[in-house]
Design a protein around this ligand. Sequence first.
Ligand SMILES: Nc1ncnc2c1ncn2[C@@H]1O[C@H](COP(=O)(O)OP(=O)(O)O)[C@@H](O)[C@H]1O
Ligand SMILES: O=C(O)C1=C[C@@H](OP(=O)(O)O)[C@@H](O)[C@H](O)C1
Ligand SMILES: [Mg+2]
Length: 197
Amino acid sequence: MSRTDGGSRQGRARALAKRLAEKPLVLVGMMGAGKTTVGRRLASRLGRQFVDSDEEIERAAQMTIPEIFEQRGEAEFRAGEMRVIARLLKETNIVLATGGGAFANAETRGLVKAEALSVWLKADVDVLFERVSRRANRPLLRTANPRATLEALVAERYPIYAEADVTVLSRDVPQDDVTGDVIAAVLAHLKQSQDRS
Ligand SMILES: Nc1ncnc2c1ncn2[C@@H]1O[C@H](COP(=O)(O)OP(=O)(O)O)[C@@H](O)[C@H]1O
Ligand SMILES: O=C(O)C1=C[C@@H](OP(=O)(O)O)[C@@H](O)[C@H](O)C1
Ligand SMILES: [Mg+2]
């Protein structure tokens, strides 16, 4: 990468960090969209703390996500997810990667919309399926036909994810490029909203 590229890349990250001011940045979207991995890179580029609601839930419960689903059920997981996200959103200088079902939950979505700037990392089913197939850590996909389950969740959730402030395509390119796309898209969104006001 040339020095100019590096400079403008850093410049954009700095400009965004400044414009975001006191708002948490929250990533939403399907399992495999890259919320956790891109979120971590994003936080580092913006000089923010990275938090992941799944990691926080696992830490608080002293159990893995599959264990929580097995032993306590999805409803209890969702209630815990909402409480954890409400707590995490009290911190403003963060990038928060949510679990895929968080924004689909009306109460949690309400919290995110009220307190944060939300980014939907959107990806094709083929891309999602390839990525989630690498690990067996997603209890909702432990079905006879995980691809069909993923497709059904996509159909159900995409209209809801579309309520996020910004949508970014999580393309099949290096994660750093997707991270750059998020920075550019959020910056454009903030500039637009400022121009309108
Ligand atoms: N742009 C990308 N290109 C290739 N693989 C990716 C990309 N983004 C994420 N991944 C991979 O996809 C998998 C799921 O990513 P993850 O960040 O856990 O998604 P999420 O948190 O949205 O479920 C991980 O193995 C990650 O390394
Ligand atoms: O889509 C979902 O309902 C879920 C997504 C997972 O997080 P990722 O989206 O980070 O995989 C995790 O919260 C749990 O397995 C449920
Ligand atoms: Mg994740």
